[in-house]
Design a protein around this ligand. Structure first.
Ligand SMILES: [Zn+2]
Ligand SMILES: [Zn+2]
Ligand SMILES: [Zn+2]
Length: 292
């Protein structure tokens, strides 16, 4: 990763909806193939921020997914060895949580005593989400290793010189009143918007202006059509063609992420994937790097 020295990067560590690909219990052709050929599997949506301008690089994650084990390993060059345990990776410098659904917090127990046994892991979350996590007895063994940092919608957090992250409240299925954040990341030369989960763009009045103000926007593309849900409209999440229409004015900024295992845009050569690219948008790829 020498070419990245002196830069700030956002690295895509997964592009799938919470449950990944293959999906538990699923025998659809896409999942069956991924069970048989693990190289076709895909990890849950996750973004890393790496500041290569310092040594060792500073590393932050957005969300702790059920695939966090492999995702941390993907960051081994950036993380480097743990200062006290050279055969282990250093802890990330912080994890920012979007919301409390499985794909976004399901990896947290890996940092507890049965897994990484993290000491001093910086966890950034809304006060309400932190309360939900702290209030559940089953999370308690992990809590001793966590240092909480409170996120407030609209208030930027400075990560390093010329690098900040701002949580933005977005409407999304909210079982605990803990809300959902998108994140706007401002790097030294470019900005990136990360919105893995939202119910409807129309319910977020700032959506278009926020996408327009960013250089690149990674956005919720969970479902392509109601056919994936037996003809029912999705309870949460916009449909991909509606998203492409809604942001037509900034289409080249859109990078689709958080695709469900049912989404045919996952397939190389599918008409749905071709439609996305013909529109001017693209689909995120695990391992994709954006220079900020
Ligand atoms: Zn999700
Ligand atoms: Zn499937
Ligand atoms: Zn969600």
């Amino acid at each position: 990763m020498d070419e990245l020295a002196g830069r700030v990067s956002a690295i895509v560590l997964g592009i799938l909806q919470d449950a990944g690909l293959p999906h538990i219990g699923c025998r659809c052709a896409r999942c069956a193939a991924a069970f048989d050929h693990p190289e076709q599997a895909g990890r849950a949506a996750c973004l890393a921020l790496v500041d290569w301008r310092v040594e060792p690089a500073q590393v932050w994650l957005i969300d702790a997914t059920p695939d966090v084990k492999g995702q941390l390993n993907d960051l081994r060059a950036a993380l480097g060895p743990h200062p006290g345990r050279p055969a282990r990776l250093r802890l990330p410098d912080g994890i920012f949580l979007t919301h409390g659904h499985m794909g976004h917090v399901g990896g947290l127990p890996q940092f507890g005593p049965e897994g990484l046994a993290a000491a001093g892991l910086a966890l950034h979350a809304s006060a309400a989400l932190a309360d939900v996590i702290r209030g559940s007895a089953i999370w308690r063994p992990m809590l001793a290793g966590i240092v909480w940092h409170r996120l407030v919608a609209g208030e930027p957090v400075s990560l390093a010189p010329s690098l900040s992250i701002t949580p933005l409240a977005v409407p999304h299925r909210d079982e605990w009143g803990a809300g959902t954040f998108a994140f706007r990341i401002q790097g030294p030369s470019r900005s990136l918007l990360y919105v893995p989960d939202i119910d409807r763009w129309q319910e977020w009045p700032a959506a278009r202006a926020t996408v327009a103000a960013a250089d690149v926007a990674l956005v919720d593309a969970t479902f392509f059509s109601v056919a994936e849900l037996g003809g029912r409209p999705p309870v949460a999440h916009p449909l991909v063609p509606d998203t492409l229409d809604y942001f037509a004015a900034d289409i080249s900024k859109l990078v689709l992420i958080h695709l469900n295992h049912t989404n045919p845009a996952l397939d190389d050569g599918s008409a749905e994937r071709a439609l996305v690219y013909a529109s001017g948008a693209t689909i995120a790829r695990q391992g994709q790097v954006f220079s900020l």
